[in-house]
Design a protein around this ligand. Structure first.
Ligand SMILES: C[S@@+](CC[C@H](N)C(=O)[O-])C[C@H]1O[C@@H](n2cnc3c(N)ncnc32)[C@H](O)[C@@H]1O
Length: 209
C-alpha cells in the first residue's frame, strides 16, 4: 500500500517505536490522564471529547491513513494540544505498546463487524484482546462499546460480561463520560440513527485489584 503523506507529523506516533512499549509522559509531553479511542474513523467523538477536556490526553488508534488524516486535520484546526494518533492494528497495539494499568478509558465505537464466519477471527473483540484491555486499564477505569451489528454484539457482550475483571454497568456511560450519551457519539452513529439501524451500547468497569 502506498504511504500517504502524514498531515500532522507532530501528532503522529511511530508504530515501530510504539511496539517497544510507550511512555505516556513522553508521548504527550506531560503526565496526565490517558484515554484511547480504537478506530476513531472521521473523529467526531475524539475531537469533541478532547476539545471539552484539554487536561485529558486522548490517543486515536486506526489502521486507515485516510481516516487518520481527516481527524488529524480536525485536531489541527481546533488547535488541540492533547491528542495523538497512531496508524497500527489496534489489537497488536493494545497487546504490545500500552503499559499495564495506564489507561483511564477505552472507547470502541462501531468496530468493523466482519459478518462472515470465516472473518470472525479479524474482529477486535477476542478473548486475548479483552485480556489486554483488562491488563492495560487502570483499576476502576471504563471500557465503552457501541455497535449497530447484532451478531457482533451477541459475540462480545457475553465475553465481557463473563470476564472476571470486568463489571457490567447498569447503563451506558460513566461519571466521567466526556460527551452527552443521548446525542450521536460518532459519525457512524449519527448516520445509523438516521437510517433507523439497531444500536447496542454497553460500558464495563475494570474491577479493583
Ligand atoms: C466502522 S468504522 C467506525 C468509525 C468511528 N468509530 C465511528 O463510529 O464513526 C471502524 C473504524 O475502525 C478502524 N479499524 C478497524 N479495524 C481496525 C484495527 N484492527 N486496527 C485499527 N483500526 C481499525 C477502521 O479503519 C475505521 O476507522
Amino acid at each position: 500500500m502506498r504511504e500517504l503523506k502524514v498531515v500532522a507529523p507532530e501528532l503522529r506516533l511511530d508504530p515501530e517505536r510504539a511496539l517497544d512499549g510507550l511512555d505516556w509522559t513522553e508521548v504527550f509531553g506531560e503526565p496526565g490522564r490517558v484515554e484511547i479511542e480504537i478506530g476513531p474513523g472521521k473523529g467526531k467523538f475524539l475531537v469533541e471529547a478532547a476539545s471539552t477536556r484539554p487536561d485529558v490526553h486522548m490517543l486515536g488508534v486506526d489502521w486507515a491513513n485516510k481516516y487518520l488524516r481527516m481527524v488529524e486535520g480536525k485536531a489541527l484546526r481546533a488547535e488541540l494540544k492533547n491528542v495523538r494518533f497512531i496508524r497500527i492494528d489496534a489489537k497488536e497495539f493494545v497487546h504490545r505498546a500500552v503499559p499495564e494499568h495506564s489507561v483511564s478509558a477505552y472507547y470502541v465505537f462501531y468496530p468493523d463487524p466482519w459478518p462472515k464466519k470465516r472473518h470472525h477471527k479479524r474482529r477486535f473483540f477476542q478473548p486475548p484482546t479483552i485480556d489486554d484491555l483488562s491488563r492495560t486499564l487502570i483499576h476502576g477505569a471504563y471500557l465503552h462499546v457501541a455497535t449497530d451489528f447484532r451478531g457482533y454484539w451477541e459475540h462480545l457482550e457475553p465475553l465481557l460480561d463473563a470476564h472476571a475483571d470486568f463489571e457490567r454497568q447498569a447503563a451506558f456511560g460513566s461519571p466521567e463520560f466526556p460527551v452527552p450519551t443521548d446525542q450521536p457519539l460518532t459519525n457512524f452513529e449519527a448516520k445509523y440513527l438516521v437510517q433507523g439501524r439497531d444500536r447496542f451500547r454497553g460500558s464495563w468497569r475494570r474491577k479493583d485489584a
